[in-house]
Design a protein around this ligand. Structure first.
Ligand code: ADP
Length: 272
């Protein structure tokens, strides 16, 4: 289902000494099935932006459409919107609280009014999708490693069968292996289930490898929007706002100078 933002502004603490214009005139359309990366330095507005997409934050001005419907229209159900647009917060493992892994994953779908059987089936399927082994299902989430806990938290959202999955820095604090594992699983889900995935990260390398499109946020504005290849062409400006992907951009630049046509996204190199 497509998401569309028209002239969205958001101001924290409007009219107070702490006023902060966190989103500035955001116009954006995210088509169904896209794998979108949102990057930007800390404080650029990424979290504020994604919290608008499932209605957790209401725009100070502007309109958001989900599947063509204005989510701010009278009578529009935010509860339903949240069941379609699943948001995995940063460090979601801090929100695990049930006594075992399976119960934790069941928590979300239970609130959808499904039968107990359906809830369990969805939860088992979601745990399988995030690649957590069965032997952990009856363990306390607190006994798991950081990466495993995060998988449980992601499974809890997946079990709600969202049409759009938003992940805020899903690899923060994980070691390189844990990071690759989680991103590979997410990419697999996107490919197999065709769900829209929105991945927020401050790491260009993380997003470059997976996404169809990158949005670069800077001081509340959308600075760049396009295919990774196109966005990386602005590598000098990206560096000037604190975003660098040396392995990708420098290698790409080096190859370009040698006369190759470089497609960073596909990670293929062809002679021009
Ligand atoms: P990012 O996710 O890119 O780090 P955020 O969306 O969290 O950025 O923040 C955007 C701006 O809004 C920052 O300047 C931040 O300090 C400010 N901000 C975020 N949350 C709040 C809040 N609850 N109250 C006031 N200002 C906030």
């Amino acid at each position: 289902m497509s998401i569309k933002l028209e002239h969205v502004n958001y101001i924290y603490g409007e009219g107070t000494a702490y006023e902060k214009h966190a989103l500035k005139d955001i116009n954006l359309e995210i088509p169904d099935g896209q794998f979108l990366g949102i990057i930007g330095h800390t404080g650029s507005g990424k979290s504020t932006l994604i919290q608008h997409l499932n209605g957790l934050i209401k725009a100070t001005s502007g309109v958001i459409y989900y599947s063509g419907e204005n989510i701010y229209a009278e009578g529009y159900s935010m509860k339903e919107l949240r069941s379609h647009v699943g948001l995995v917060f940063q460090y979601p493992e801090y929100q695990l609280f049930e006594e075992n892994v399976l119960s934790d994953v069941c928590f979300g779908p239970k609130n959808l009014g499904l039968s107990e059987e359906e809830v369990k089936m969805r939860s088992l399927e979601a745990l399988h999708q995030v690649g957590l082994k069965e032997k952990y299902y009856d363990k306390s989430p607190f006994d798991l490693s950081g990466g495993q806990k995060r998988r449980v938290a992601i499974a809890g959202i997946l079990a709600m069968h969202p049409e759009v999955l938003i992940l805020d820095e899903p690899t923060a604090g994980l070691d390189p292996k844990g990071r690759d594992d989680i991103l590979d699983q997410i990419a697999k889900l996107h490919k197999e289930r065709g769900i829209t995935v929105i991945l927020v990260s401050h790491s260009m390398e993380d997003v470059a490898k997976y996404v169809d499109r990158i949005i670069v946020m800077d001081h509340g504005c959308m600075k760049f929007d396009g295919e990774p290849k196109k966005v990386f062409e602005h590598y000098k400006e990206l560096e000037s706002i604190g975003l660098s992907a040396p392995q990708v951009t420098y290698v790409m630049q080096d190859l370009k100078e040698k006369g190759f046509d470089v497609d960073v996204h596909a990670i293929t190199v062809e002679e021009a």
